[in-house]
Design a protein around this ligand. Structure first.
Ligand SMILES: NC(=O)c1ccc[n+]([C@@H]2O[C@H](COP(=O)([O-])OP(=O)(O)OC[C@H]3O[C@@H](n4cnc5c(N)ncnc54)[C@H](OP(=O)(O)O)[C@@H]3O)[C@@H](O)[C@H]2O)c1
Length: 307
């Protein structure tokens, strides 16, 4: 399998990339999309030594910049003829204040959701060429809401609200993608939302303020956290399972309980098609990218044709 992981230099993304690199006799090829070449190369070195997998490469992309996403898409398409899976994971967590991106957006909205919206739409054609059944796994959590009148959180900002808004947007996006792909006759890709059942001891713990870190350290003593490798072990099957198994989960929001993937009942707001399409339109406008618009049009034309 050839799998791309966004944010594979730390936390959950690194855990998933590392376990996949070590799985199935090092047969999987891993592409890490990351913002720091230096950190990315350190991770490749670490994987080579610990997993013995030599097939790990980097795509450098700062997800706070749509211009970087555009360049990353071109680079991936020029280097790869297919992809079997993508882990939509990179995310900005704790932030002390709102620092607007150069595209004029809330950074949580742009990094955690919008850049992934553009990336995913542009890489669908590579996933369609997968021999093993393309799949996109979204790292998502329950709760949250879209602030329709203040999506960029200019009036009322909070980092937690920003993270949650992006989670809701990702869940709406994956459900819409699933519905659009249901109408495609020749190709199937699965779009799955996964919520990790336990908190992962990630790089976030190095970023949060000292009092929060002390509280987390205390919780760690009570076994409230799992390691990034344990997270990787839980999630790896989502990337390596058969297309048939993967398609059964498509469009669903799932988690892991007693070693089994189970469905989480999705909120009515997320399943509301009008709201999904409203968000999609807003996202397309914010991307302001001709190619992304064309891809979107072709997906929607197909839907109308089938109706
Ligand atoms: N930890 C948990 O228990 C948990 C639970 C549920 C969901 N989540 C979600 O999982 C995702 C990953 O979180 P984590 O806890 O694993 O945090 P983490 O250890 O901080 O990892 C975040 C990853 O995203 C990358 N990233 C951040 N900003 C980026 C940017 N502008 N461009 C490119 N990459 C960027 C980071 O790159 P660097 O290495 O360069 O910093 C890092 O690789 C987040 O969306 C988070 O909300 C986490």
């Amino acid at each position: 399998m050839k799998i791309m992981v966004t944010g594979g230099t730390n936390g959950m993304g690194k855990g998933v990339a590392k376990v996949l690199a070590a799985t199935d006799d090092h047969s999987h090829e891993i592409i890490i999309l990351c913002r720091s070449r230096e950190l990315g190369e350190k991770v490749i070195q670490e994987f080579k030594e610990t997993t013995l997998n030599e097939k790990v490469s980097l795509i450098i992309c700062d997800l706070t910049k749509l211009s970087d996403v555009h360049n990353a898409i071109n680079e991936i398409q020029s280097k790869h003829t297919f992809l079997d899976g993508i882990f939509i994971n990179a995310g900005l967590g704790y932030a002390a204040k709102r620092v607007e991106t150069e595209d004029g957006m809330d950074p949580h909205f742009q990094v955690n959701y919008l850049s992934h919206f553009m990336l995913t739409l542009n890489l669908l054609s590579l996933l369609e060429r997968s021999q093993s059944g393309g799949r996109v796994i979204f790292n998502v959590t329950e709760g949250g809401e879209i602030y329709w009148d203040d999506m960029q959180m200019k009036i009322d900002w909070g980092y937690e609200a920003g993270i949650q808004q992006a989670m809701v947007a990702k869940r709406m996006f994956l459900v819409k993608l699933h519905d659009l792909y249901k109408n495609k006759h020749n190709t199937k890709i699965s779009f799955i939302g996964f919520q990790i059942p336990k908190t992962v001891w990630s790089n976030q713990l190095n970023i949060i303020p000292a009092p929060m870190r002390m509280m987390a350290t205390l919780m760690k003593l009570f076994g409230r956290f799992i390691t990034i490798e344990e997270c990787g072990e839980m999630m790896a099957p989502l990337f390596t399972e058969t297309q048939k198994e993967s398609l059964k989960k498509s469009g669903k929001f799932i988690t892991l309980k007693n070693d089994e993937f189970i469905e989480i009942k999705e909120d009515m707001v997320i399943l509301n098609q009008e709201l999904q399409e409203k968000l999609w339109e807003i996202s397309l406008k914010l991307c302001a990218d001709e190619k992304t618009n064309q891809i979107s049009k072709s997906l929607f034309n197909l839907e109308q044709f089938d109706e």
